[in-house]
Design a protein around this ligand. Structure first.
Ligand code: FDA
Length: 280
């Protein structure tokens, strides 16, 4: 069982609880991307286990008839063990998604995995079109990566980036990360394939809204995405205004790395958690 405040960001430990959250979000007009928490798996058996978890999850989504796709991390299905293993598992998951009429997002992890993830993505994308990847605006390389993904006709989720990265690879100033986010968002909205703009930052959202209004880009040509438990009212109000919103819903027992990233992003969250522990 999860304890509060983890439940603010994580839907539950099992699929049953995750599906309850999905139904509640769907009822509010929001789509979902389900993430079974876990990363940096070191044993082949465990990587196989998570491949099976995702295949079963895709069948579960089809059986339940809910509006959800899935997000996966390549290190959860074997990237730290052997590249071929991760690729084989990814292909099996994509085949299950094809069978069930679904779609798979490959999350982006820290910079030790950027090149590997993109290489693997481009390779499998030739034969399996039901997948897309993530680009982090904090990385200096991202402008080039975005051009290659646009040329390939691949779907991109644009985020700022959740990992601490060194200066040679990543912008260190918030302003630079934000400016790059706005630039890449415009590129993807103008020429990309159904981009996902994933941020809780009101200024970034406003910049996107201004751009699509100026260019006459229809609301069904892209979607906004936010994380479970963050800015619920903004999620609802964008949907009320006719925009598409997908909520990323993590669940599972291995919540600590995900939860720590959410705390690191915002000092108010740490104070919120500490305040509550003191009160108990
Ligand atoms: P920023 O952190 O600047 O926050 C802007 C404002 O949003 C804050 O002032 C606050 O109001 C609100 N906010 C942001 N974070 C909050 C929090 N934790 N709690 C409460 N309020 C908060 N990263 C990655 O490296 N690889 C990936 O694959 C993904 N995938 C992904 C999917 C989806 C759907 C989202 C929304 C995000 C990701 N990310 C990610 C995470 C992303 O890189 C980034 O770390 C977070 O989204 C926080 O950045 P913001 O763009 O929200 O802006």
């Amino acid at each position: 069982m999860l304890i509060w405040p983890v439940t603010r960001f994580v839907a539950g430990t099992d699929r049953h609880q995750a599906f309850e959250a999905v139904r509640e979000l769907n009822a509010r007009g929001l789509s979902v991307s389900l993430d079974r928490l876990g990363e940096n798996v070191k044993e082949r058996k465990q990587a196989e286990h998570f491949r099976d978890v995702y295949v079963r999850l895709l069948h579960g989504i089809a059986d339940a008839g809910v509006d959800a796709n899935i997000s996966i991390k390549l290190t959860m299905i074997g990237l730290d063990i052997e590249r071929k293993l991760a690729r084989d598992h990814l292909v099996e998951i994509l085949e299950a998604a094809e069978e069930t009429g679904n779609w798979v997002r490959i999350d982006m992890e820290g910079t030790p995995y950027t090149q590997l993830t993109l290489e693997l993505f481009h390779r499998v994308f030739e034969a399996h079109r039901n997948t897309g990847v993530v680009i982090q605006s904090m990385l200096r390389r991202s402008a080039e990566d975005v051009e290659r993904l646009i040329a390939a006709g691949a779907r991109v989720r644009l985020v700022k980036g959740a990992y601490k990265e060194p200066a040679p690879l990543a912008f260190q100033e918030k302003r630079e990360v934000n400016d790059e986010f706005d630039r890449l968002a415009r590129r993807l909205l103008d020429d990309g394939e159904y981009p996902a703009i994933a941020t809780h930052d009101q200024e970034r959202i406003d910049a996107v809204l201004r751009h699509v209004t100026e260019r006459g880009i229809a609301p069904d040509r892209f979607e906004f995405q936010m994380l479970y438990g963050i800015r619920r009212q903004t999620q609802d109000s964008l949907v009320e205004r006719g925009y598409r919103m997908r909520v990323y819903v993590p669940y599972g027992g291995q919540w600590l790395p995900y939860f720590s990233r959410r705390l690191r992003e915002r000092k108010e969250n740490v104070l919120f958690v500490l305040g509550n522990l003191v009160r108990k």
